[in-house]
Design a protein. Sequence first.
Length: 203
Amino acid sequence: MPQLAKMPPIQEHLHACTMCGYCVPVCPAYQEAGWEGASPRGRIFAMRQYDLRGPLDRLLRRHVSAGEDFARSAWECTGCGACEEVCPVDIPFDRLWDDVKEWMVSSGLEREQLHPYVENVRETHNLYGKAQDERGAWISAEAVQSENPEVVYWVGCAASYEKQQIARAVVKILNAAKVTYKILGPEEWCWAHPSRGWVTRRW
């Protein structure tokens, strides 16, 4: 097993967790896997045990190491932010999970499956490796854009290329709310959030 790099300075957040479990039912990774180790509380518990390990634990090689099983659950986090929304002690989970993924990369526990996506973002500015001029292909006459908008609607890679019904639904909502908006279309690039932990170390 790879030797873990030094844990990032996240101990304050690990020990702030009350283990209340509010984050468990809202976590997509937990809903999919069905076991608590995939949930935010489960990941926090594993990291806290790792942080609290003592000399005797190290000597006896007790299983308090955040190894491959933990790395798998860390990468299963979608970064949706649902856990942060419900956390009663306001742990900044979004940044925390990015730090944890960066830690996994530093420790040689990155996901090989992410390599093609990172290359796609680098070369074509979207996760799917599709042509940049196709990013705005979903935009129809329903999208009444303004030259002096109140907001810029950042669509993202998934809604631009694969889940265009989401983008169209948001446009309907903006129209109904009479919010003036602008869509960047081909001028929009992927913001690299899905691979941010990897990107921080490798780019």
